[in-house]
Design a protein around this ligand. Sequence first.
Ligand code: SAM
Length: 205
Amino acid sequence: MTDSDYWARYYAVTVDRPPWDTVKFAIGLFAADDADADRALQHFAVDLGCGAGRDARQLLRAGWRVLAVDRERGAIEALEAATPPEWRPALETCVADIGTVIVPGCDLVNASLSLPFLAAGRFWQTWKRVLAALPIGGRVAAMLFGDRDGSASDVSMTCPSPHVIRASLASFEIEHWVDREEDTQTALGEPHHFHMVELVARRVR
Ligand SMILES: C[S@@+](CC[C@H](N)C(=O)[O-])C[C@H]1O[C@@H](n2cnc3c(N)ncnc32)[C@H](O)[C@@H]1O
């Protein structure tokens, strides 16, 4: 099975799945900031490795403008097909490699289960670039794999230890952090030991 075949199956299984807690948490934090400041802004998010778009659609549902990026054309097609027409004007899509794509200035970079698929050099370059794209007050919402994940020995992937991830966020206030392990299955039913690091962090300097 090619990578594209694998991901096509993944999109078919996940297209109707709910958004991850990280993106829901980030949307709520921006809403609270806006309520405190008595303002109504349309926020802008970049969703890196959007897949079939469970998080991108949650952002659109909340009134955000979204740039959704994935290197698989099938991901973008699945996302677009599942997006109601009334949300389409707020959605921009891009078939690109998240390791090289230019991340525009935005309020939120969301990356759920996508950055771990970059090998170490590209992972850290991309992570630093993503964090640098955010203004003060901007947020990152990410689901990363930790160093005890079943994929940790795969050199084509990156699964840093939670304390290394935390150390990379020195300019950020961590607002949501879950470090959890579970023996379960992938979306395609393969047994896998997951070590997930889920985070939302706000740039403070
Ligand atoms: C596990 S899926 C997660 C998809 C979606 N974020 C979700 O949570 O349902 C990983 C996604 O990352 C994408 N991806 C992996 N490496 C990538 C790369 N270097 N550039 C762009 N997309 C990539 C895959 O094509 C796939 O759609």
